[in-house]
Design a protein around this ligand. Structure first.
Ligand code: PMV
Length: 308
């Protein structure tokens, strides 16, 4: 049996604006992961994908073209130039679904890598990322490509849509608390709503995206020069702009406020928004209080992770 694990991710700065060509910064979160295990099945059975979390089994031959689990297997087999093998692929993920942590991209990434090993094929990060991107389109409609990139490379990335990936060097490690509102919010819907609002008032939205882009540039400099203290106010400013764009929610605002009141130096929603997760910048002296405050304010889970 071959097993492959892929971490989750959070977008530190720049979500939504990244869809419109502005930069964004995302980092892997290794505390959560999606694994794919693959083993030989009885001859003639073809490929079956079992999702223990979703309690579903997908038989490749019967799956519709828009089934994301079947789509990633088909895309990988086409790229490897191999027919459907007799194999059972079992997926398990601890990454919360529809919560801005890249669960779909991580599941797809693990499937591609597990299949490559099973079929004795070399697969580089760029190939994994581009295969996963094709399937992300089924989930998200018009994804920027940031999720598949950070998850496939499993490194901090500075990302601009359509440009070669740039990894970011974290000069001084910093710690974030990730709080889950427990509200499932498909990215596709938030991204679609932002598109409608942008179409209705392009000038206003382009200005907001420019402001977010400028925050991302400042954050990149802070991360690469080790001025970690600058990141808190930049998170706050990014959250305010995301609220103006219309992707925050009462639950997210409540967790952001609770984290700040408990000593976090900055906080923001992450990913598609409307629900899902938020992050707060914490220190050794504040992380326990922030974690408690998030839970007391309704967070369904908190992950504390160090970046860099
Ligand atoms: O919610 P997530 O983790 O899938 O992140 C979505 C990020 C967006 O910028 C809102 C969309 C995208 O494709 O970049």
């Amino acid at each position: 049996m071959i097993t492959v694990a892929t971490p989750g991710k959070v977008i530190l700065f720049g979500e939504h604006a990244v869809v419109y060509g502005r930069p964004a910064i995302a980092v892997p979160v290794t505390q959560v992961r999606a694994t794919a295990s693959i083993e030989v099945a009885r001859s003639g059975r073809g490929t079956t994908i079992l999702s223990t979390d979703l309690a579903r089994a997908v038989h490749l031959r019967e799956a519709t073209p828009d089934d994301p689990l079947a789509a990633i297997v088909r895309a990988a087999l086409a790229r490897f130039n191999r027919p459907e093998p007799d194999a059972n692929i079992t997926i398990h993920s601890t990454i919360p679904i529809a919560s801005g942590m890249g669960s779909s991209a991580a599941v797809s990434t693990s499937i591609v890598r597990a299949l490559a090993k099973f079929l004795d094929r070399e697969v580089d990060e760029a190939t994994v990322s581009s295969l996963v991107y094709e399937v992300e389109k089924l989930h998200h409609g018009t994804p920027s490509g940031i999720d598949n990139t950070v998850v496939a490379y499993a490194r901090p990335v500075y990302f601009i849509r359509g440009q070669p990936i740039q990894t970011s060097n974290v000069r001084q490690p910093f710690t974030i608390a990730i709080g889950d509102t427990g509200v499932k919010s498909p990215t596709k819907i938030a991204v679609g709503d932002v598109r409608k609002a942008w179409e209705a008032d392009r000038d206003r939205y382009e200005r907001l995206f420019d402001q977010i882009g400028s925050i991302v540039e400042q954050a990149r400099t802070a991360i690469e020069t080790g001025e970690v203290g600058a990141l808190g106010p930049l998170m706050d400013a990014n959250h305010t702009l995301l609220s103006e764009i219309g992707v925050s929610s009462d639950e997210l605002d409540q967790l952001v406020a609770a984290a700040k009141a408990a000593g976090a130096s900055g906080a923001k929603l992450v990913g598609g928004g409307r629900g899902g997760n938020m992050i707060a910048l914490v220190e050794e002296s504040t992380h326990a209080a922030v974690e408690r405050a998030l839970i007391d304010s309704g967070a369904k889970g908190v992950i504390v992770t160090t970046v860099g």
